[in-house]
Design a protein around this ligand. Structure first.
Ligand code: TYM
Length: 328
């Protein structure tokens, strides 16, 4: 069985983009893959975090994993900082990466823009991400499009180590969905939907209630010609909504275009509200059931143990190939 690894940062506002780009894939893959899903709290501290809120968000994301359908009987679910191998391998890989390649990462450029100085962790963020993936001999990494550059860097670093030392790492592949890979902001379809945007109507959070979902969709930016047609370049707003509708309903974009031919955006949006509310309702109720349960903590503890067992084997191999430690 091929191995799958992915992670989500523990911040609030997990949204439809995270769900359709990544979490939905997590669930699809777990029946015929060995899946490991992580809550990457060490990545979260590359920007300032309130410690109390961070702890809460770790559990929020863990509960959301389960609420969307990740099954702890099939998949390993755990918190990154509970497995020391991530930080340990992160350092080893930091020594194998170049400042030049890290400077080219668009996410770093965006996050450090207009800042006089940025935390080093923000700069080496993609190296820690490479460590997450390589620690588990991962074959497949289900993510949204925005992570493509980081996955490519991970492959480069792994190949570099394999060529320089004994073959140490499996070279992973990113897995991106056709329609969900890049969900755009509802208020500005030229930007991706993000957890941190100020306007709450720019995104639909997975835990939004029906009234909020309705308001955000009905307010979503479209264009003035009123034709429901997929054309990202000229009609980015309606194209984004078509993507969302398609992934949530399982109806192809072409069939949706046919269904709404001759109808205006109003009808289309009303139906999209219904489809979205219906898709998110079971997630919200399952989340409420599990979020404050002892079961959630037990699942994360058990997951950390299982993940750590795999990680320790990889670290022993890495140390052996690099000549680190005493070797016994
Ligand atoms: P994060 O927490 O920002 O996002 C979690 C996942 O959601 C995807 N995503 C989107 N997909 C479609 N449309 C969007 N608008 C959208 N916004 C976010 C992201 O691509 C991601 O899959 N660096 C990662 C976390 C990470 C990781 C890893 C992922 C750390 N280590 C190892 C995979 C493997 C991140 O910041 O994701």
């Amino acid at each position: 069985m091929k191995r799958v690894f992915s992670g989500v940062q523990p911040t609030g506002n997990i949204h439809l983009g995270n769900y359709l780009g990544a979490l939905k894939q997590f669930v699809e893959l777990q029946d015929d893959h060995e899946c490991i899903y992580c809550i990457v709290d060490e990545h979260a501290i590359t920007v300032p975090q309130d410690p109390k809120a961070l702890r809460e968000h770790i559990l929020d994301v863990a509960a959301l994993y389960l609420a969307v359908g990740v099954d702890p009987k099939k998949s390993i679910v755990f918190v990154q900082s509970d497995v020391p191998g991530h930080a340990e391998l992160g350092w080893v890989l930091t020594c194998q990466s170049y400042t030049g390649e890290l400077s080219r990462m668009t996410q770093f450029k965006d996050k450090s823009k207009n800042k006089e100085s940025a935390p080093t962790g923000l700069f080496t963020y993609p190296v820690l991400m490479a460590a997450d993936i390589l620690l588990y001999d991962t074959d497949i990494v289900p993510v949204g499009n925005d992570q493509k550059q980081h996955i490519e860097l991970c492959r480069d670093i792994a190949t570099r180590v394999n060529n320089k030392y004994k073959k140490t790492f499996v070279i992973p592949e990113g897995r991106y969905l056709k329609e969900g890979a890049r969900i755009m902001a509802l208020d500005d379809p030229t930007k991706k939907m993000s957890k941190s945007a100020e306007n709450i109507h720019s995104r639909i959070s997975l835990l939004d209630d029906p009234a909020k979902i309705k308001k955000s969709i009905m307010k979503a930016t479209t264009d003035s010609d009123g034709v429901v047609k997929f054309d990202v370049e000229n009609k980015p707003g309606i194209s984004n909504l078509l993507n969302i509708y398609s992934v949530l309903s399982g109806i192809s974009v072409e069939d949706l275009e046919a269904k709404y031919e001759g109808k205006g955006y109003g009808d289309f949006k009303k139906d999209l509200v219904e489809v979205t509310v219906e898709a998110l309702a079971p997630i919200r109720s399952r989340y409420e059931e599990i979020r404050h349960s002892e079961e959630l903590i037990e699942i994360l503890k058990d997951g950390a143990q299982r993940a750590d067992a795999i990680a320790q084997k990889t670290m022993a191999r890495v140390k052996d190939h690099f000549g680190l430690g005493l070797g016994r």
